[in-house]
Design a protein around this ligand. Structure first.
Ligand SMILES: Cc1cc2nc3c(=O)[nH]c(=O)nc-3n(C[C@H](O)[C@H](O)[C@H](O)COP(=O)(O)OP(=O)(O)OC[C@H]3O[C@@H](n4cnc5c(N)ncnc54)[C@H](O)[C@@H]3O)c2cc1C
Length: 389
C-alpha cells in the first residue's frame, strides 16, 4: 500500500475511533460524573464499556490483541476523556504503562502470556514505584526481592498506587541487589499479580482524582515465579520504569490539555450567560483577557503534547519534548482551572458545577509521572546535552 493511502486509512480509523469515544462520553459518562465524583465511587459500568471500546489495549500491539494506536491518537483519546472526567483516564493510563514495560522490555514468552490479557482488560492494574519514603528518588526504594530457587520472595511497601484496590496485577519496582553501585544496577521490575503475601493495606483519601482508587500495597514474604522478572535479567528495573514513564508523561500532558480545555469551554459558555451591569460578563474586558490567555494556554499545551507524541511515534528520543509537554500542560490546567473558578464567581466554588473539580484535579498533573521541578531539570539537562558549548 502506498504511504498516502495508508495515511488516509489511518486518519479515517482515528476519526471513527474518536467519534465513538465522543459519543460514549456524551451518552454514558458525562451525565454520571457529578454523582460518582462526589460519592468517590468506582465507575464499574464505565470500566466494562472501556473494555468494549478496547481502551485497555489502546497502545498494545495488535499481535497481542491490542488496538496498536500511535501515541498521537492515544493522546487525543486521553485529552477527550480528561475533558469529561479526568479520573477515568487514570484507570487505563497506568494500566498501559504496565503493559508498555512488558512490551518494551519483556521476553517473547512474557509478551505472549501477559499482553493479550492486559489488552482485553481481563487483567487490569498499574505501576508500583513509589514508596512511603521515596517517590522522586526511585533509586532509594527499599522493597526487596530475594531469589529463592526458582522464585523471588518480596518484602516492602508501595504507596499511592493507582488502581491498587480494583487492579489485580502491577509492574512492581524492586531491589534485587540493595548493595549494588551504582544503585540502579540493583533494581529490577517484576510482574506482580495479587496473591498470598500481597495485601492492600489502605485506601488513600485525596483532594481530587476521585472514583479511581489510590492505595498502599504491602508485600510480606510474597512469592512469585522467577519468570515474572521483566526481561528475564536483573538490574534493568529503572530503565524499564523510565521507558514506561515516557508514554506516561505524554498521557499526563494530554490529561492536562483536557482539563485546561474543559475549564476554558465551561468559562466561554458561562460568561455568555451570566450578566452583570446589564451585559453578559464576556463583554467585560477583564473577562476577555482571561479567556484569551486561557485559550492560548490550551492551544500551546496541545501542540506541545502532539509534538512529544509525534517524536515518540517516530522512535526519536523524546524526554525533553515529553517533559516540556507535561510541565506546560499541567501548569496550564492549574492556571485555567483557577481562572475558570474566578469567572464562575460563587458558582465556581459550588459542587453543582464541574469547575471546582478541575481545580482539585489539576495539581495532580504537576506531581505524577515526575514532578514539574524534575521536568524542568530534565529539559535543562537535555538542552546542555544537545547544544554543547
Ligand atoms: C493521586 C496520586 C496517584 C499516584 N499514582 C501513582 C502510581 O500509580 N504509581 C506510583 O508509583 N506512584 C504514584 N504516585 C506517586 C507520585 O508519582 C509521587 O508522589 C511523585 O513521584 C513525587 O514523589 P514524592 O511524593 O515522594 O515527593 P518527593 O520525591 O519527596 O518530592 C518532594 C518535593 O521535592 C522536590 N524534589 C525532589 N527531588 C528533587 C531534586 N532532586 N531537585 C529538586 N527538587 C526535588 C519534588 O519536586 C517535590 O516538590 C501517585 C501520587 C498521587 C498523589
Amino acid at each position: 500500500m502506498d504511504t498516502h493511502v495508508a495515511r488516509s486509512q489511518a486518519n479515517e480509523e482515528e476519526a471513527a475511533l474518536l467519534d465513538a469515544i465522543d459519543k460514549w462520553l456524551a451518552r454514558d459518562v458525562r451525565p454520571h460524573v457529578l454523582k460518582l465524583e462526589h460519592a468517590d465511587e468506582y465507575p464499574h459500568e464505565m470500566v466494562e464499556q472501556m473494555k468494549e471500546l478496547g481502551l485497555f489495549g489502546a497502545t498494545i500491539d495488535p499481535e497481542y490483541g491490542g488496538l496498536g494506536l500511535s501515541a498521537t491518537t492515544y493522546a487525543k483519546i486521553v485529552e477527550r476523556i480528561a475533558e469529561v472526567w479526568m479520573s477515568l483516564s487514570g484507570i487505563f493510563n497506568s494500566h498501559l504503562i504496565m503493559a508498555a514495560c512488558v512490551s518494551r522490555m519483556g521476553t517473547a514468552a512474557q509478551k505472549a502470556h501477559w499482553l493479550p490479557k492486559f489488552a482485553t482488560g481481563e487483567i487490569r492494574g498499574g505501576l508500583a514505584l513509589t514508596e512511603p519514603d521515596c517517590g522522586t528518588d526511585l533509586q532509594a526504594i527499599r522493597t526487596r526481592a530475594r531469589r529463592d530457587g526458582d522464585h523471588y520472595v518480596i518484602n516492602g511497601t508501595k504507596t499511592w498506587i493507582s488502581n491498587g484496590i480494583q487492579g489485580s496485577c502491577f509492574a512492581l519496582l524492586v531491589k534485587t541487589d540493595p548493595e549494588a553501585t551504582p544503585r540502579h544496577k540493583g533494581m529490577s521490575m517484576v510482574i506482580a499479580p495479587k496473591g498470598p503475601g500481597f495485601t492492600v493495606s489502605k485506601k488513600l483519601e485525596k483532594l481530587g482524582y476521585k472514583g479511581i482508587d489510590s492505595a498502599e500495597l504491602v508485600f510480606d514474604d510474597y512469592r512469585i515465579p522467577a519468570d515474572h522478572l521483566i526481561g528475564g535479567e536483573e538490574g534493568r528495573g529503572l530503565q524499564t520504569a523510565l521507558g514506561g514513564l515516557e508514554l506516561g508523561r505524554i498521557n499526563v500532558a494530554a490529561r492536562g490539555v483536557g482539563l485546561a480545555s474543559a475549564a476554558l469551554k465551561d468559562s466561554v459558555k458561562y460568561s455568555q450567560i451570566r450578566k452583570t451591569m446589564g451585559k453578559p460578563i464576556c463583554q467585560h474586558q477583564a473577562i476577555q483577557l482571561k479567556l484569551g490567555e486561557m485559550a492560548t494556554r490550551v492551544q500551546a499545551a496541545r501542540l506541545l503534547t502532539y509534538d512529544a507524541a509525534r517524536a515518540y511515534d517516530a522512535g526519536e528520543r523524546c524526554d525533553m519534548e515529553a517533559g516540556m509537554a507535561k510541565f506546560y500542560a499541567s501548569e496550564a490546567a492549574v492556571e485555567n482551572s483557577l481562572e475558570a473558578m474566578r469567572i464562575h464567581g460563587g458558582y465556581g466554588y459550588s459542587k453543582e458545577y464541574h469547575v471546582e473539580r478541575y481545580y482539585r484535579d489539576a495539581p495532580l498533573m504537576c506531581i505524577g509521572e515526575g514532578t514539574n521541578e524534575i521536568q524542568r531539570m530534565i529539559i535543562a539537562k537535555q538542552l546542555i546535552e544537545r547544544f554543547p558549548a
